[in-house]
Design a protein around this ligand. Structure first.
Ligand code: NAD
Length: 388
């Protein structure tokens, strides 16, 4: 299923953006060279990003994609280079770019650093700094990989859901937070908090996505226990008045977790908060067989975005050239679709990935007997070859 937030016809006067009224300005910018900040990060990050960059270079060389890529450090690599998981230079680069392509961050060598210096903090900060409040995580099962899922093929075959996760609020950012001494023992505490406007803008994004798909939206919260969720539900219902065609349902997060593994195809678009979305989208990813197949987009109000695979830095396989680069390559496709509104280029990448899978190319995480086992770089080469 193809999803477009913006409908833009290049070289034409028709310039509409359902999401953002400021898109005309963005549209003008579209005609110029697009700047991409490339942040490989740690672990397998540099390996998988290298393959995604190969794909972008091929689109530039052979298919007229007008881009300029600049590399920066983030996460552990940022700490190593500048003593900061989000070096000032990297943040500046990201702010000056139209889109960010990110690998992954983290590694055991950084686990003993003070919390603010840990790689993951770099990631949380860049999302916050760029105001990337809407995280889109598709879970789509390629027919060729139906057997890779741990669920029965009939439960997952044809699965195509989109999880819209709020990314800059909730308990991950709420204050107060900390660990302190109370009554002679240590107490850990965090704050779950959402403002009306934060809920409204992500709900709006999710409804618009639902409009482009099967017009079904499920809002997931825990309103039976949490006041924060009560407000979430109230605002989502308010926003739904602007989208009478969308069938809105509500589900408690515990039930949603159960339904995702029981009957995932009942969902089309799910919208939820940061922590619930974090957990549910990882569960949804496993429905599709491999975490190495799933891309994500994080968007701001003008469709500027950061694009990254949903998996981590996989230190267990780093440096071995065996990681699956397809999630990162599919993140490039999302970048072309959402930030650059270039459906043709996005479809070209999607088709190339579908072709290599149909031709039997498999990295080790999705390998099954009778298919061709390839390395990370060979998979990237195969996708590049399939582009033409
Ligand atoms: P992980 O996603 O890195 O790895 C989980 C498992 O999946 C591992 O067995 C790994 O080998 C495998 N895997 C992941 N990506 C793969 C790929 N492309 N191809 C093949 N196999 C793949 O999660 P983890 O092990 O919990 O975390 C490792 C590090 O990554 C930690 O430091 C964690 O904090 C960090 N992390 C970063 C991000 C991010 O950058 N967005 C997300 C999650 C975890």
């Amino acid at each position: 299923m193809i999803l477009l937030l913006c409908n833009a016809v290049v070289g034409d006067d028709e310039k509409t953006c359902l999401t953002h009224p400021t898109f005309t300005h963005e549209f003008e910018r579209k005609k110029m060279t697009k700047k991409i900040a490339v942040l490989p990060g740690d672990g397998i990050g540099p390996e998988i990003v290298r393959e995604a960059v190969k794909v972008l270079e091929a689109l530039k060389a052979n298919h007229g994609l007008d881009i300029e890529m600049t590399e920066g450090t983030i996460g552990g690599a940022g700490y190593d280079a500048a003593g900061d998981p989000l070096p000032a230079e990297t943040l500046e680069l990201a702010k000056a770019s139209d889109a960010v392509l990110l690998g992954a961050v983290g590694g055991p060598q950084y686990d003993s650093l003070d919390r603010p210096l840990r790689p993951e903090r770099g990631l949380l900060r860049i999302r916050k700094e760029l105001n990337l409040f809407g995280n889109l995580r598709p879970a789509l099962l390629y027919p060729e990989l139906a057997e890779a899922s741990t669920l029965k093929p009939e439960v997952v075959s044809g699965l195509d859901i989109m999880i819209v996760r709020e990314l800059t609020g909730d308990i991950y950012f709420g204050q107060p937070r900390g660990i302190e001494e109370r009554n002679g023992e240590r107490v850990g505490f965090n704050t779950m908090v959402y403002s009306e406007s934060e809920i409204r803008r992500v709900a709006d994004m999710a409804f618009q996505i639902a409009m482009k798909r099967d017009k079904k939206l499920c809002s997931v919260e825990k309103a039976n226990v949490l006041e924060c969720s009560e407000l979430w539900k109230e605002i989502v219902i308010e926003v739904s008045k602007d989208y009478p065609e969308v069938e809105l349902s509500h589900m408690y997060v515990d039930n949603a977790a159960m339904q995702l593994v029981r009957a995932p195809k009942q969902f089309d678009v799910i919208v939820t908060g940061n922590i619930f979305g974090d957990i549910l989208s990882d569960a949804a990813s496993m429905l599709t067989g491999s975490i190495g197949m799933l891309p994500s987009a994080s968007l701001d109000e003008k469709n500027k975005g950061m694009y990254e695979p949903i998996h981590g830095s996989a230190p267990d396989i780093a440096g071995k050239d065996i990681a699956n680069p397809l999630a990162t390559i599919l993140s490039v496709s999302m970048m072309l679709r959402y930030t650059f509104a270039d459906e043709a280029q996005a479809q070209r990448v999607d088709d190339a990935v579908a072709k290599v899978l149909a031709d039997g190319y498999r990295t080790v995480d999705i390998y099954s007997e009778g298919t061709k086992k390839v390395s990370c770089s060979e998979m990237g080469d195969a996708v590049v070859a399939a582009l033409s």
